[in-house]
Design a protein around this ligand. Structure first.
Ligand code: PEP
Length: 254
């Protein structure tokens, strides 16, 4: 069964008090909503908030994700936070390879191979982000860019480990810009991702793969984008920082 997901990436926003309030608001609004069995809601607060946010949510309805993790298991890596530590705090998923991490922290496919391994070893869900820059799309290279990002970081995985992956397609030109990919553009590349996975693994694994769209999803456009057959939900940035907006986006998938 293919799971649908609405995940909120809070990025480096909110202090702990604000984060706990936001999580509590989302939690209490979700109490009035019956989520279908195939729909998951995920929030990804900053690392520092996880242990606090974890205490104010209903874990049957909301999973917590971290926004990144260390590539190494443990040791002399000052300032890093391991997948094991995040798991211990209550994380059930980790966002990997977000375009902001690729752009500002020089995250490469090589690093992402290691981070994915850490997340899988610690029994969490890797939410693997991919997506092209504007100039790559304009040059007609978006299919190749996305295929390379996925194959370089993930295609060494066994069938059973690849089945644990969630992919988030996030065109860089749509993140935080207010410009959303059209539903046709999203569908086209999601279908391509699914075919790429089917060619590498098999139809069953590709059919069960959850592929999220991310890039300026808002309550006003979520239903349209989520209506496409290969779009299985969204990774939401800005709109996830307001409980009402986030809940409206969740309603768009149920
Ligand atoms: C994101 O950062 O993953 C994202 C999709 O941001 P926004 O929704 O703000 O474009």
């Amino acid at each position: 069964m293919r799971t649908k997901i609405v995940a909120g990436n809070w990025k480096m926003n909110t202090d702990i008090k604000e984060g706990v309030i936001l999580a509590s608001e989302i939690d209490s609004e979700l109490k009035n909503i019956t989520l279908p069995e195939d729909v998951k809601v995920i929030i990804a607060p900053p690392f520092t908030h996880i242990a606090f946010v974890e205490q104010v949510i209903d874990h049957k309805k909301i999973l917590i994700a971290a926004q990144n993790c260390a590539a190494e298991t443990e040791g002399a890596y000052t300032g890093e936070i391991s997948a094991k530590m995040l798991k211990g705090m209550g994380s059930e998923a980790i966002i990997l390879g977000h375009s902001e991490r690729r752009a500002y922290y020089h995250e490469t496919s090589e690093t992402l191979v290691k981070k994915t391994e850490q997340v899988i070893q610690n029994e969490m869900i890797p939410i693997f982000c991919c997506g092209e820059k504007l100039e790559e799309r304009e040059a007609g290279n978006h299919f190749n860019v996305v295929k390379n990002q996925i194959s370089e970081a993930l295609f060494h995985l066994s069938e059973s480990d690849f089945s644990k992956i969630v992919i988030a397609y996030e065109p860089v030109w749509a993140i935080g810009t207010g410009v959303t990919a059209s539903k046709e553009q999203a569908q086209e590349i999601h279908k391509f991702i699914r075919k790429t996975v089917a060619d590498k693994y098999n139809q069953k694994i590709a059919g069960d793969l959850t592929i999220l769209y991310g890039g300026s999803v808002k309550p006003g456009n979520a239903r349209d984008i989520f209506s496409m057959p290969d779009v299985d939900g969204g990774l939401i940035g800005g709109a996830a920082l307001n409980a009402d907006n986030f809940i409206d986006i969740i309603k768009a998938i149920i």
